[in-house]
Design a protein around this ligand. Structure first.
Ligand SMILES: Cc1ncc(COP(=O)(O)O)c(C=O)c1O
Length: 353
């Protein structure tokens, strides 16, 4: 089937371009001590997670327990939930999953550690833990070295938990458009983590893993880094928000739209807010990147003089935020040379629990 024959709106992935992004990532990591643990939140597609594992990823990062379940059911053997799981019903499921794969979760709270230990003991499984350290994002994670070492010790004292190290994600820097500022702040993150590690080692607490890092800050954590694993997600697809940051991967993910009206002069297409997200600026049409788009629930439009499109023409939209756009679709059409080679389920669509 040719791309022109796909019913719209549809999510399109150019496999050749995605593979070039994977090659570029491999090249960037050549000689680095850090390994890739890519984030499932971007693709939400176990078929793509398997491609990443086949290319040497040490495991997969995800955000939610329900995403971890997708990954484990699909046979991914090493999963990190880069978040806190605090509801008791979920902790029970997490402890069960820990018997099916190497399962790691983040912690930043003492009562939560007790609950994880109880559930893992009940299931007779082992859960690996990263204590989360806040390095500037002001989201999850403890703020002081003292709080960190107290939680690390608590994990170490639990027979069914293993203290692996540190989760440190500076999401506040991912889309910092000032390169110098992004570089400087990333260096500051490295220094802060080095300080923490030295303090822990002085107390006899050994740190095996330091996990974190986004597509936007990756290049600053490749050489001479304290990070042992890197969690980028968007590098596979790129999007308009990361283009504005100046990140050098290529756009491989698009929403295919059809022109449905020219009656009022504008180019009105059938891909609206239910097909392409707008949480990080607005999407852009390929070939018309400088045009502001006008979005509504079912439509996306551009206006201008002498636009040549006619009803029925197809246009490609570059999502502004690939991760939230993928979550709006049931399937991804894998395309090579303009032809559909597969139609793959978005296995993690809506898995936000
Ligand atoms: C914990 C964590 N790690 C890594 C990422 C990196 O994602 P990306 O490379 O898509 O910006 C995110 C993004 O939200 C995240 O929350």
């Amino acid at each position: 089937m040719h791309i022109e024959q796909i019913e719209t709106p549809a999510l399109i992935l150019d496999l050749d371009i995605m593979e070039r992004n994977m090659d570029a990532m491999d090249k960037l990591l050549e000689g680095s001590s850090a390994r890739l643990r890519p984030h499932y939140k971007s693709s939400k597609c176990t078929a793509i997670a398997h491609m990443q594992m086949a290319r040497g990823a040490k495991g997969i990062t995800c955000a939610k327990l329900s995403e971890a379940e997708d990954l484990v059911l699909a046979g991914i053997s090493d999963v990190l939930i880069a978040n806190q799981i605090t509801e008791l019903s979920k902790i029970g499921r997490l402890a069960y999953l820990a018997g099916c794969c190497r399962m790691t979760v983040c912690v930043d709270n003492s009562a939560n550690i007790d609950d994880l230990q109880k559930a893992a003991a009940l299931q007779n499984t082992v859960i690996h833990c990263l204590v989360e350290y806040d390095i500037g994002m002001n989201r999850c994670g403890v703020h002081t070295k003292e709080e960190f070492s107290a939680l690390a010790r608590q994990v170490m004292d639990c027979p069914n938990l293993v203290f692996d190290g540190i989760q440190a994600y500076a999401g506040n820097l991912a889309h910092q458009e000032d390169y110098g500022c992004r570089a400087r702040e990333s260096d500051r993150v490295e220094a802060k983590l080095m300080e923490l590690i030295a303090c822990l080692e002085e107390q006899g607490i050994s740190v095996e893993e330091v996990s974190g890092v986004s597509t936007g800050t990756l290049e600053f954590h490749v050489k001479d880094t304290v990070y042992t694993e890197l969690q980028p997600g968007s590098y596979l697809f790129m999007d308009a928000a990361y283009r504005a940051v100046g990140v050098s991967f290529e756009h491989s993910l698009f929403v295919l739209a059809s022109v449905v009206s020219r009656a009022g002069g504008g180019v009105i297409t059938d891909a609206g807010l239910k097909s392409v997200s707008v949480d990080q600026r607005s999407p852009r049409f390929v070939g018309y990147e400088t045009y502001e788009v006008d979005m509504s629930e079912e439509h996306c439009a551009i206006y201008g003089k002498d636009l040549p499109q006619k009803v029925g023409d197809r246009m490609l939209l570059i999502p502004s935020h690939c991760c939230t756009t993928v979550n709006l679709h049931d399937h991804i059409c894998f395309v090579r040379d303009g032809r559909v080679v597969d139609r793959v389920p978005v296995t993690g669509r809506g898995h936000s629990r």
